[in-house]
Write a protein that binds this ligand. Structure first.
Ligand SMILES: Cc1cc2nc3c(=O)[nH]c(=O)nc-3n(C[C@H](O)[C@H](O)[C@H](O)COP(=O)(O)OP(=O)(O)OC[C@H]3O[C@@H](n4cnc5c(N)ncnc54)[C@H](O)[C@@H]3O)c2cc1C
Length: 574
């Protein structure tokens, strides 16, 4: 990363903190993306009330890589370098910050271990605010809170783009390597992928660590070597929220942390309910994999699903919701009016109400050798992580809905070319007009209508896709190193067993047992129950998992809020 003097330097900058005016320090990292804003006097004064000023020595470590819950630092004088892999051969300076800038990134708010160290480059002064006080301030002071949060979200994207953070080393043909890469991507963890077949650095690193290629995949987290960790093991090493304590109980258990579950968590916790949220893979659900949601109210220039999810998690935590990721619900039972949900590899959780928000999973293609290629070349999401993996390669996308459309727009600026394979003869059948208008104008996108995938071609990795015209049967072969599949969904309801009624496609039925309303107040509750209550009292299905739901982020979020109204009524009546 460049350490050229910043262009922000100048006596006219209104943001200099008191006593620290003057040009930005030589060597300070420039800030083209707004990741490193400079706090003004009033902002520093507000923070100073929560922490303490102290002198720092040259070379002093303010926090180390892997450290959790370290202080929030504002540089008052001198400068501080942010260093990845300090003391290791791969050591590199990520950024240098001078007066008025603050340190840290998203992990400071989420409680994960820091992905880098911060070291004073010379004598100086800092303001240190305990992380807990910072989290309170972010919730209390919208202007300052948003400034810090925005900067932290951008810093996380920068880290992901730099391939900083974890190192995952393994074969591109290994299912476990793919699992670990997916887990990192879904949880928006900065990670560098070192492919044994393609990256000479991978073998060098293995021999330096004394690990045989047969013993991969490995993950290096904060300088620690993990051999083929489980997702839960990796989460624990990073400091993602640990699974709940044995026999945990709560007022409200939210299963699934997509937009629906996150909304239920925010509303439930803000109403004072003891709220626990579980997710099998990552917070954000399907929306978390969307590079840009353009139709969510209040975000005229769109918002990435990852940012929406990160913001929602912080918001839910602010109100006291607890998260457990990864934690997969495997079954549910009712005892004395309470529900017990069993988890894969963790103790069961008992709750008064259960919000079923497990969404739906993308369908798989019905073609030979799918499983073989799934381990390395087939994707069911198109986020920044996937874009990095297929950079400058030709890719193909299957599907005619908005997810396929968004993926096409996004990947066209990363891949060499994109072929969109659509079963329908008219894109407008399932895709929104705004996406069609964008796609038809992109030079490196080719659209094949009335076409289906017939065969996947390649030896180990995918090299091409054979497609056929639905009417004529004419076959053609398209070069593709990666295939993105968006062809409809299957609900994630197997964990419910036969506790609640499902429709013919496996989605949760709601409202069958709702009584008729008598007066106005009751009418509201009855209407809500008719929409969201599953066939057992105190179980509510929201978002994509609900039979007849509108498969949209806003609908899922709305249902999350509505379900809490019912869960509260139940809690008060028990
Ligand atoms: C690429 C893409 C782009 C999209 N773009 C848009 C858009 O622009 N606008 C829009 O309005 N909608 C969009 N959608 C649709 C939108 O994302 C979904 O409607 C929304 O995410 C549904 O939210 P949900 O919370 O109901 O379910 P999901 O988002 O599917 O979340 C369900 C969660 O439950 C978890 N889970 C499943 N089973 C278990 C279990 N047994 N135990 C624990 N956890 C479990 C999953 O891991 C997942 O995180 C898009 C979808 C995709 C895939």
């Amino acid at each position: 990363m460049s350490t050229k003097p910043t262009s922000e330097a100048g006596a006219g900058d209104p943001g200099w903190p008191a006593g620290a005016s003057g040009p930005a320090p030589v060597g300070e990292t420039p800030d083209p993306y707004g990741a490193y804003p400079r706090l003004n006097d009033a902002q520093i004064a507000a923070l100073a009330a929560l922490g303490r000023r102290r002198r720092v020595r040259p070379g002093e470590t303010l926090f180390s890589e892997g450290e959790r819950n370290c202080d929030f630092f504002v540089v008052l004088a001198g400068s501080v370098a942010v260093i990845e892999g300090r003391g290791r051969p791969e050591e590199r300076v990520i950024a240098v910050h001078g007066h008025g800038r603050f340190l840290g990134e998203l992990s400071l708010l989420t409680g994960e271990g820091s992905f880098y160290a911060a070291v004073a480059t010379g004598p100086g002064e800092v303001l240190a605010v305990p992380a807990e006080r910072l989290r309170e301030l972010v919730g209390r002071d919208p202007a300052l809170g948003d400034l810090i949060l925005r900067a932290y979200l951008i810093r996380r994207s920068i880290l992901i783009g730099l391939g900083a953070g974890l190192q995952i080393v393994g074969s591109g043909y290994s299912p476990d390597a793919r699992r670990l890469r997916d887990f990192a991507a879904r949880n928006r963890l900065p990670a560098r992928w070192l492919d044994l077949e393609a990256d000479p650095g991978a073998e060098a690193l293995l021999s330096q660590l004394g690990v045989a290629p047969a013993d991969t995949p490995i993950v290096i987290v904060h300088g620690r070597l993990l051999r083929n960790p489980s997702n839960a093991g990796l989460a624990a090493a990073i400091g993602l929220p640990a699974p709940s304590a044995p026999s945990a109980s709560c007022d409200l258990l939210v299963v699934g942390a997509g937009p629906a579950g996150l909304s239920a968590a925010v509303y439930g916790a803000s109403e004072g309910m003891q709220t626990l949220v579980l997710d099998a893979t990552a917070t954000g659900g399907q929306a978390g994999t969307s590079p840009r949601i353009e139709n969510y109210l209040g975000f005229p220039s769109g918002i990435s699903g990852a940012e929406l999810a990160d913001r929602a998690v912080l918001q839910a935590r602010k109100f006291g919701a607890r998260f457990s990721v990864p934690a997969t619900a495997t079954s549910i039972a009712r005892n004395n009016g309470l529900y017990t949900v069993r988890l894969d590899g963790a103790a069961p959780v008992t709750a008064r109400s259960v919000v079923i928000a497990t969404g739906a999973r993308y369908r798989r293609l019905d073609v030979p050798r799918l499983e073989h290629f799934e381990q390395m070349s087939i994707y069911y999401a198109a986020s920044q992580a996937e874009a990095l993996l297929c950079h400058d390669d030709p890719v193909a996308i299957v599907g005619g809905g908005n997810s396929a459309g968004q993926a096409t727009v996004f990947l066209s600026s990363h891949a060499a070319d994109v072929t969109l394979i659509v079963r329908e003869r008219d894109l407008a059948e399932h895709m929104s007009r705004y996406l069609i208008d964008q796609i038809v104008r992109i030079a490196n996108v080719r659209i094949l209508l009335g076409t289906h995938v017939q065969e996947l071609l390649g030896d180990q990795a995918l090299e091409a896709v054979a497609v056929a015209d639905d009417k004529t049967g004419a076959r053609r072969v398209i070069r593709a190193r990666a295939l993105f599949v968006f062809i409809g969904v299957t609900p994630c309801t197997s964990w419910l067993g036969d506790l609640v009624d499902l429709d013919d496609h496996g989605f949760v039925r709601t409202g069958q047992h709702t009584p008729r309303a008598a007066d106005g107040a009751e009418a509201e509750t009855c209407w809500l129950r008719s929409v969201l209550e599953a066939s057992q009292p105190g179980t509510f299905a929201i978002g994509d998992v609900r039979s007849g739901s509108t498969k949209r982020v806003a609908a899922a979020v709305g249902e999350g809020a509505m379900a809490i109204r019912l869960a509260l009524d139940r809690m008060q009546s028990m």
